[in-house]
Design a binder for this molecule. Sequence first.
Ligand SMILES: Nc1nc2c(ncn2[C@@H]2O[C@H](COP(=O)(O)OP(=O)(O)OP(=O)(O)O)[C@@H](O)[C@H]2O)c(=O)[nH]1
Ligand SMILES: [Mg+2]
Length: 81
Amino acid sequence: MPGELWDKLKGSVEQELRIVLLGLDNAGKTTLLTRLASEDASTITPTQGFNVKSVHSHGFQLNVWDIGGQRGAMLLERCFT
Ligand SMILES: Nc1nc2c(ncn2[C@@H]2O[C@H](COP(=O)(O)OP(=O)(O)OP(=O)(O)O)[C@@H](O)[C@H]2O)c(=O)[nH]1
Ligand SMILES: [Mg+2]
């Protein structure tokens, strides 16, 4: 996310945010979260279930739920069948 957007968020939302990352499998959700945490994103495998990670970034504390696309889709399917 560009720096100006983080600046616009400051003062308009809480400093501690809860975020759920949703998207199709293989979309890049875990990569995004790993890069945000300044960790090595070269060995990421498909997320089974979900990850929760707390990241300090751009003056915010972000508590992020990273949901596995494939597993998430299976859970949704079960809800509707
Ligand atoms: N070219 C390109 N590849 C990316 C980018 N972000 C992630 N990838 C690649 O896309 C693949 C899937 O990335 P993940 O972060 O595992 O995707 P995900 O959405 O967490 O997938 P699930 O856990 O299965 O839901 C990996 O091989 C990444 O290296 C990007 O911005 N550009
Ligand atoms: Mg993932």
